[in-house]
Design a protein around this ligand. Structure first.
Ligand SMILES: *Cc1c(COP(=O)(O)O)cnc(C)c1O
Length: 395
């Protein structure tokens, strides 16, 4: 079946639910058994990891299981586990795979709170982290230690948008028995197929494009058969549960994920191309632009681009950047992305990012191009850049 057909049919079973097109919202904690025989059967099914088996709300409901099943199939993995946020998925996966004395290699372009969890929490439990340059590729082999148990990748990098050579990294990691964990939120289950590139656990901040409407928070980890028991057990040990209402919203978002992403791809690229030609812009960091250093890798491994990329203004002045953002009418100022609406947020590269990798001087902003007409978005960016340069000339 083609992907759009799968998006319309996965995670639905009308016959099971009175003919209803959508899997309903099942709320509940206690699940009653009508006899000891049924109770024993439920427990046995759960012990045998039968899909959908549950004895208590914490172990899932038909609503959460439907979403897990759909995402596991779309990503091409064995099974998936839901979490109350993308970050909860990341922290639980890492807790499930790492133990005291282990070493983890993490791309220094990883989502900031991921790096914070390692330095603030797992470091206290004796897990050592080494940050590596995202463009390292097969060179990761030189950083592997006998106790390296996880290599963490995120492609493109949060804010800085480096594309990683994940097959080369996975080959080096697997040679030493380490697991490859990927934050695949930018790629989505449609535009990056992690298990075809050597990934062992793929994490989605479903808060972003899967929910798609900025109205719920959710995370999902999809696993290989080998990593699944560890991740599932960690989720249970840490008491991770997900609201069936939020899972329902994510299932609803899934139905339009394909059409939304096609639009985010084309509108994002249109806006990125326009910005690249503007003389107030120092750089546009969008992997689908031929000027992007990771463009060839993106073309080789990705099936599309979402609406998220970064732009560097020529101006180095914070006040100019504030003036530009304040002049924007159609881009909301706020974190997160993947909803229907356009967003902008400034960021400061550097910190624990490898300084040599950031050659730009100007003020950096991350843009999310939503589902508005790109002509309106371009007109908005244009007037804000004009307003900024008018202020510059006046000063
Ligand atoms: C937002 C985000 C997360 C975290 O997801 P939440 O649902 O906000 O916890 C993780 N990774 C990336 C790349 C993100 O953008």
């Amino acid at each position: 079946m083609q992907e759009s057909t799968r998006l319309a049919s996965l995670g639905r079973d009308p016959q099971r639910f009175g003919g209803l097109v959508n899997t309903p919202i099942f709320r509940g904690s206690t699940i009653l058994s009508s006899s000891m025989a049924e109770w024993e059967q439920r427990k046995a099914d759960r012990a045998a990891d039968v899909p959908g088996a549950t004895t208590y709300g914490r172990f899932g409901t038909p609503t959460t299981h439907a979403l897990e099943d759909a995402i596991a199939q779309l990503e091409g993995g064995h099974r998936a586990q839901l979490f109350p946020s993308g970050l909860a998925a990341i922290t639980t996966v890492l807790t499930g795979l790492l133990r005291q004395g282990d070493h983890i290699l993490v791309t220094d372009s990883a989502y900031g709170p991921t790096r914070g969890f390692l330095s603030r929490v797992l470091a206290r439990f004796g897990v050592e982290t080494t940050l590596y340059d995202p463009r390292i590729g097969a060179g990761i082999a030189a950083l592997m230690r006998p106790n390296t148990r996880v290599v963490y990748v995120e492609s493109p990098g949060s804010e800085t948008f480096e594309i990683q050579d994940i097959p080369a990294i996975a080959e080096a990691a697997h040679r030493q028995g380490a697991h490859v964990v990927m934050d695949n939120t930018w790629g989505t289950p449609l535009f990056y197929k992690p298990f075809e590139h050597g990934v062992d656990v793929s994490i989605q901040a479903a808060t972003k494009y899967i929910v798609g409407h900025s109205d719920a928070m959710l995370g999902i980890a999809t696993c290989t058969a080998q990593t699944w028991p560890l991740i599932k057990q960690a989720a249970q040990d840490l008491g991770q549960t997900t609201s069936p209402d939020d899972a329902y919203l994510a299932l609803r978002g899934l139905r339009t994920l394909g059409v939304r992403l096609r639009q985010h791809h084309s509108a994002g690229l249109e806006v990125a191309r326009w910005l690249e030609g503007h003389d107030a812009i120092e750089a546009v960091l969008h992997p689908a632009l031929p000027s992007h250093p990771g463009h060839a890798l993106w073309q080789r491994d990705f099936l599309g681009a979402c609406g998220l990329f970064s732009v560097v203004l020529k101006t180095t002045s914070v006040q100019d950047m504030h003036g530009f953002v304040d002049a924007l009418q159609l881009f909301g100022l706020g974190v997160s992305w993947g909803g229907f609406e356009s967003l902008v947020i400034p960021f400061t590269p550097g910190g624990d990012h490898t300084a040599a990798r950031w050659p730009w001087r100007g003020q950096a902003l991350r843009l999310h191009v939503g589902l508005e007409d790109p002509r309106d978005l371009i007109a908005d960016l244009d007037q804000a850049l004009v307003a900024m340069s008018r202020r510059l000339r006046a000063a």
